[in-house]
Design a protein around this ligand. Structure first.
Ligand SMILES: [Zn+2]
Length: 243
């Protein structure tokens, strides 16, 4: 029995008990709202792994730098140049609809030893509300686009916005994909000040962390070199390894 089924069972049981004991409707509504809020939180946060099991760490004394939302024809080559300069390896989660036209860039990522995973086809903000077949098609197409360029790419997937639900869990199983999460979220799509971004990452990062970054952001490119140097100073490696 899945965790969702258990949670639903408990909710139905509680509702039954409340009805039998004739507690006011208001209390019942509050309970239902609380349960829905709980499910929403479980869908939005990856750490509880409520709907989907995630890989949540890299190897000891290593920090996995992971980049979502590319490939980006302007910023991704700059990210690759910096990684190459410092012999650092990273992981890229590619959006399926961005693959066409960027095949050479993706081949470069692979040739230079970085890990590749998919990040859905559409990256649609409403993906968490889609039905099972539409969700499965989008996730399958996203990974298919990556494999069309790099057939030997792994079976890794990162959910857009970190959203999971039973339909996404079904799609991953159906497509044979393993979800990869993160332990440090940079918020680099909203934190546009490079200095503050770098400082907050320096504060948070430790060995075995997976860091969520975006290779679509110019300020992320600008802090990458000092970040890698800081990791080296702390004797932490930057290898493309999952644990
Ligand atoms: Zn994304």
């Amino acid at each position: 029995m899945s965790k969702v089924q258990v949670a639903l069972g408990i909710a139905v049981l509680l509702a039954g008990v409340i009805l039998m004991t004739s507690v006011s409707n208001l209390y019942l509504i509050a309970l239902a709202a609380g349960f829905l809020l709980f499910l929403f939180c479980m869908a939005m946060f990856i750490k509880p792994q409520f709907f989907v099991k995630f890989i949540l760490k890299t190897t000891k004394n290593n920090v996995l730098l992971s980049f979502d939302d590319g490939p980006d024809p302007v910023n991704t080559p700059l990210v690759l140049d910096i990684l190459k300069k410092h012999n650092a390896k990273a992981m890229f989660f590619l959006i399926g609809k961005k693959v066409k036209g960027n095949e050479t860039l993706i081949e470069r990522m692979h040739a230079e030893g970085h890990l590749l995973g998919s990040h859905s086809y559409s990256h649609d903000p409403m993906i968490g509300l889609w039905n099972r077949s539409r969700t499965t098609l989008d996730i399958g197409d996203g990974h298919g686009a990556l494999q069309h360029v790099i057939p030997e790419a792994g079976n890794w997937y990162r959910p857009p916005f970190g959203v999971t639900n039973p339909n996404i869990a079904f799609a991953l199983k159906k497509c044979g994909l393993q979800a990869v999460g993160w332990t440090v979220r940079s918020y680099d799509t909203v934190k546009k000040d490079p200095e503050k971004l770098l400082e907050s990452l320096k504060r948070k990062i430790k060995g075995s962390d997976i860091v969520l970054l975006h290779d679509t952001q110019p300020h992320t490119v600008s802090i990458l070199e000092p970040l890698i140097l800081e990791l080296k100073r702390r004797n932490l490696t930057s290898k493309a390894e999952l644990n």
